[in-house]
Every structure is written in structure tokens, then in C-alpha cells.
Design a protein around this ligand. Structure first.
Ligand code: PLP
Length: 394
């Protein structure tokens, strides 16, 4: 009889977003027509910028003519996109070869696929609270997972500790859900740890464009020694509104070797076997993001979300509620007031002021008693939600 991957049975049911939608449905059934103020979503609300739309239209037109039509694209990415991304890194002071950049259909795909490079006996370290895909992808692969809890005492940015035994180290900065961002010094400690122990950091930089403080690292490759221990996974979803359009990129330095193998070469072999490249149209759209015009336009959208963050942070400051994130991140992570549990606070906000957020415990046990606000909603809804919060909790 066929043998199945029974590790799937080890996955914990993800009740978080299902529970949220059930609670919302029940509330709206009892209170038909009530308007909700949604600060729960991790999806963007603004459309793609003009530079991207123009490039997408143009690429569609090219596909209509024999002379300009493109069939299969190179599996690791179109040279024009890999080159413009490498130049973009150079502008941040990071020197990369364009063939260290791999174009992808987004960070989720990459987070799931990249662990193919590592033996299933390797151990993954997940700093919690965490984006759930890290744990789930490794559980499916039957990998052992070490959960490293973070908390207010370390600003949700734990330091490595020599007792940690792990091969794959997941680091997400700016973090989803906490919005915490590693300083250069704190991230350097993890880079040094990884080089000392022969582990590999999977650095999730999906929110790097939200960093505004010049002294915070936006790429792990800004740090000494990262080229010999890190892979950086990036996405245009939150930085350029590609959540539904799909495009991302992954950086694997040629200096990254483990167990006698070169990870860049392994990934070339993986991609040339398991993909046939990202569509020409999307790669043209993605290229527009890295032009001066594209950068200016995506910044305008990011600033709308940043203003949302300011509005919410001002409300929390006024209320004296502890939080982190918001300034260099698109999420705000707060301590539920009055000792309420995450779900109790969720129900309270929904029932009293129709504001919807995300209970912290959905991101790991140490998220209990915390709550996440997203800043990706509309400015009008965010302002009204902040006003209602102040009225209710003030
Ligand atoms: N990594 C983090 C931390 C995220 O929050 C998300 C999406 O919310 C992703 C990766 C996935 O991004 P993508 O849309 O590129 O698959």
C-alpha cells in the first residue's frame, strides 16, 4: 500500500483566521449591517503603483506579437530583473552578483521550497511569536523544531545562546507579528553564532522597506560574515503591493557552503528542476519597482501605511498601553490592557467598538496576552478605529 507523508498529521490545526472569521460572522448575524474596522488583515489595501501597471500592460502587449513574445523564462529569473535587484542592493551598500539573486513567486513559496536544501534530520529554530509558515513547513518535512520564546524583557528580539542546538535559524526582521526590528549589533550576534556553529540563517526580509531608521539593517548582508551563513528571502507583497500579483526574490551568496556543498549551486539545480521560471509579464512589472519612478511611487504607498501606524501608536501612547513595532514595521504588537487574554480582548473590541485585530496567541504560545494591529487598512478606518479605542479604553 502507498505510504503517505504522515508528518502532515503532526500539523496543528490553524484555528486563528478560521476562528476570527467565525466570530465576525456570528457578530454580524446578530448585528446585521454593523460596520467593522478591520485592523486584522495582513493584506495590503492600496493598488499597484502606476509604474508597475504601465510595465505590466506593456509586457502583456509584447506577448501579443511574434517579434516580442517570450516563452519559458530562465528558471532562476530574467537577467534584467536579477541585475536591477543586484543594483538595488548596491545602493544599500551590499555588493551582490546578479546570479546570487533568484526570482520567485513570493516569499511563501520560497519558505516552503528552500528547506529542500537541508537534510530532514536538521533542526529548525523558530523565534516565537512567529509567522506560522516556518513551523508548518518544517513539520511537513518531519524536521525537529526548537521553539525560542521571546518577550517584552528582550523587546521580542532574543539573543542567541550557546546552548541552542539548531541548524536552520529563522529570523524575521521587521517581524511579523511583533513589528520588532533587529539592531545591527543584535543581528551580528546571530550571524556570528551561525558561523561558529555551522548553521544557516533563513532571513525573512518581507517587510524591509518599512525600516526608516538609518542605523537598522535592512538586509542581513549589511553585516560582516553574513555571506557565509545566510539566505535572504524577500517579497514585493508588502513593499510594492504584489500580494495578489505574486513576485519575490531570494539571495543566496556564492560563499555559502555547508557539508561540502555550495548552496547557490544547489539552488540553481533545484530551480532548474522544479520550476520553469516566473512569468515574463510579472518580472517586467517587478522590474518597474526598482526604477527611480517605481521606488518613489511605492514609497508613497508605504507612507500611507506608516501614517496609519502613527495614528494607532498615538492612540496607544495616550492610553498608556505597552506596544512594540509600528515605527519601522507595518505591525503593532500590544499588550492586552487590564490583564485580558488575547481572545477576550478580541471579543471586547469586536463587541464594543467593532474593531477587529489579531489575537497574539495565534503566533505561538508566548503571544498569549498580546494582540496585533495591522497598518494595511484604509486611513479612514484606521483613524476611526483609533478614536474608538481611545473612547473605550481612555
Ligand atoms: N514572510 C512573512 C513574515 C510574512 O508576513 C508573509 C506574508 O504575510 C510572507 C513571508 C509571505 O509573503 P508572500 O506574499 O511573498 O508569499
Amino acid at each position: 500500500m502507498i505510504k503517505m507523508n504522515t508528518h502532515y498529521a503532526d500539523l496543528k490545526e490553524s484555528y486563528l483566521f478560521y476562528n476570527i472569521s467565525q466570530k465576525i460572522r456570528a457578530y454580524l448575524d446578530e448585528n446585521p449591517g454593523k460596520r467593522l474596522y478591520r485592523l486584522g488583515i495582513g493584506d495590503v489595501s492600496l493598488p499597484l503603483c502606476n509604474a508597475v501597471i504601465k510595465a505590466l500592460h506593456q509586457a502583456v502587449e509584447e506577448q501579443a506579437h511574434k517579434e516580442t513574445f517570450h516563452g519559458y523564462m530562465p528558471e532562476c529569473g530574467a537577467p534584467f530583473l536579477r541585475e536591477i535587484i543586484a543594483k538595488h542592493y548596491a545602493s544599500k551598500g551590499v555588493a551582490l552578483d546578479s546570479d546570487e539573486v533568484f526570482v520567485s513567486y513570493g516569499a511563501s513559496d520560497e519558505l516552503g521550497d528552500i528547506i529542500d536544501l537541508f537534510d530532514s534530520s536538521s533542526t529548525a529554530l523558530v523565534i516565537e511569536p512567529a509567522y506560522p509558515a516556518y513551523v508548518d513547513a518544517n513539520t511537513m518535512a518531519g524536521r525537529k523544531i526548537v521553539h525560542l520564546a521571546s518577550g517584552e524583557e528582550n523587546g521580542f528580539l532574543p539573543n542567541p545562546d550557546e546552548s541552542i542546538k539548531a541548524d536552520l535559524l529563522y529570523i524575521c526582521s521587521p517581524n511579523n507579528p511583533t513589528g520588532a526590528v533587529f539592531s545591527r549589533e543584535k543581528l551580528q550576534a546571530w550571524v556570528d553564532f551561525a558561523n561558529r556553529h555551522g548553521s544557516v540563517i533563513l532571513f525573512d526580509a518581507a517587510y524591509e522597506d518599512y525600516i526608516e531608521d538609518e542605523d537598522l539593517p535592512r538586509s542581513i548582508f549589511e553585516l560582516d560574515g553574513a555571506r557565509t551563513c545566510a539566505i535572504e528571502i524577500c517579497s514585493l507583497s508588502k513593499t510594492a503591493g504584489f500580494t495578489g500579483t505574486r513576485l519575490g526574490y531570494t539571495v543566496i551568496p556564492k560563499d555559502l557552503n555547508r557539508d561540502g556543498m555550495n548552496l547557490n549551486s544547489m539552488w540553481v539545480r533545484n530551480r532548474t528542476t522544479k520550476t520553469n521560471g516566473v512569468s515574463y509579464i510579472l518580472q517586467k512589472g517587478g522590474t518597474a519597482v526598482f526604477t527611480p519612478e517605481g521606488q518613489r511611487q511605492i514609497r508613497q504607498n508605504i507612507n500611507v501605511y506608516k501614517n496609519n501606524a502613527k495614528v494607532l501608536m498615538e492612540a496607544l501612547d495616550k492610553l498608556g498601553i505597552w506596544y512594540c513595532g509600528g515605527k519601522n514595521a507595518s505591525y503593532i504588537w500590544l499588550k492586552c490592557p487590564g490583564g485580558l487574554g488575547s481572545w477576550e480582548f478580541f471579543d471586547y473590541l469586536l463587541n464594543e467598538i467593532q474593531v477587529v485585530g489579531t489575537p497574539g496567541e495565534g503566533f505561538g504560545a508566548c503571544g498569549k496576552g498580546y494582540f496585533r494591529f495591522s497598518t494595511f487598512g484604509s486611513p479612514e478606518d484606521t483613524k476611526e478605529a483609533a478614536r474608538r479605542l481611545c473612547e473605550l479604553l481612555g
